[in-house]
Design a protein around this ligand. Structure first.
Ligand code: CP
Length: 340
């Protein structure tokens, strides 16, 4: 048989790609794409209800349910807020970290997940340095799994809390969202887009609510193909031009731990992309300044801007608790009702 015929036959017999099996568990949140716009709206509404609820009533919602926090990477905001959120709903939590568990002895992610399930965990919140780790954990355990940041891939609850922050400032009083809620809003994300799971989740979420996302940074940290990640995403490499168009400016940390092999001149980076008080006053005096943290003062943002009146950095942290209460409740109650 000649090679052309082989190619033709292969094309004919290749079955269609299967629809994604993920997530297996209706309570899982692996990607912002697991949520419909209506599902996002439901979570936002529920976050506010839970935040405003009597703490004693709230404490009975997940009373004595068991959640494991499995952290292979360090975290302050995400880990603490998930723990506080779960405890506010009455759940019991246990922290398993790669530094103080059998992971150090070489136990695999799959075996760690199965062990936690055998110990009674009803859901797992995972942060991992490998992209896709939460998918593997979900496939292995079939438990509700919440992705608390996987490598350079996604950080869905960060995007949800960022959305809640944006709404609080730019659409005050709006409790629900639809495809038009952020029409006319430009959010500029600045810096290390290439390695940022926060950028990726925001790029996949905000345009679905009508926002325009401008990406800004040097070629080393922002490849051209990023503009093709989805609709509503554009690149503007000139920081001043991007700021002028923005209602929200989201600064990102330079991730030193993921820069190996890249030729990046940090002095040049600061000269072009550091957000200073002078630049902000000149080009975006009414914009909110966001940052997922941890911030590196004097690198991507000056201390004056981080502590200044336009900064929402600590508000974002506070919104994280409310959002994570809603996400944790959804995780453990999804089997009991309809799915977001
Ligand atoms: N934004 C964020 O994920 O912060 P942590 O790494 O401190 O959790």
């Amino acid at each position: 048989m000649n090679s052309t015929a082989t190619v033709a036959r292969r094309t004919l017999v290749t079955p269609p790609a299967p629809a994604s099996a993920f997530p297996y568990n209706p309570g899982s949140l692996l990607s912002v794409l697991d949520l419909t716009v209506e599902g996002v709206s439901k979570l936002l509404r529920r976050a506010t209800e839970l935040e405003q609820m009597d703490p004693i009533v709230r404490n009975s919602i997940l009373a004595k349910r068991r959640l494991a926090l499995l952290f292979y990477e360090s975290s302050t905001r995400t880990r603490t807020s998930f723990e506080l959120a779960a405890k506010a709903l009455g759940a019991d939590t246990t922290l398993v970290s790669n530094l103080s568990s059998s992971i150090e002895k070489g136990e695999s992610l799959k075996d760690t997940g199965l062990t936690l399930r055998a110990l009674g965990a009803e859901g797992i919140i995972i942060r991992h340095n490998s992209s896709g780790a939460s998918w593997l954990l979900e496939a292995s355990t079939r438990l509700p799994v919440i992705n608390a940041g996987d490598g350079m891939h996604e950080h869905p609850t960060q995007a949800l809390l960022d959305l809640r922050t944006i709404l609080a400032h730019l659409r005050p009083g709006i409790g629900e969202v639809n495809e038009q809620t952020l029409a006319g809003v430009t959010v500029t994300i600045v810096g290390d887009i290439l390695h940022s799971r926060v950028a990726r989740s925001n790029m996949l979420l905000l345009p679905r609510l009508g926002a325009r996302v401008l990406l800004c940074g040097p070629k080393e940290l922002l490849p051209e193909q990023a503009a093709r990640s989805g609709p509503g995403i554009e690149i503007e490499r000139n920081f001043e031009a991007a700021m002028k168009q923005s209602q929200a400016v989201m600064m990102l940390r330079i991730q030193a731990e993921r820069l190996a092999g890249l030729q990046l001149d940090l002095a040049e980076y600061k000269a072009k992309y550091q957000l200073t008080g002078q630049l902000l006053a000149a080009h975006a005096p009414a914009a909110i300044v966001m940052h997922p943290g941890p911030i590196i003062r004097g690198m991507e943002i000056t201390a004056g801007v981080a502590d200044g009146p336009q900064s929402t950095i600590l508000e974002q942290v506070t919104h994280g608790v409310a959002i994570r209460m809603a996400v944790v409740e959804r995780a453990l109650k999804a089997g009991e009702g309809d799915r977001a």
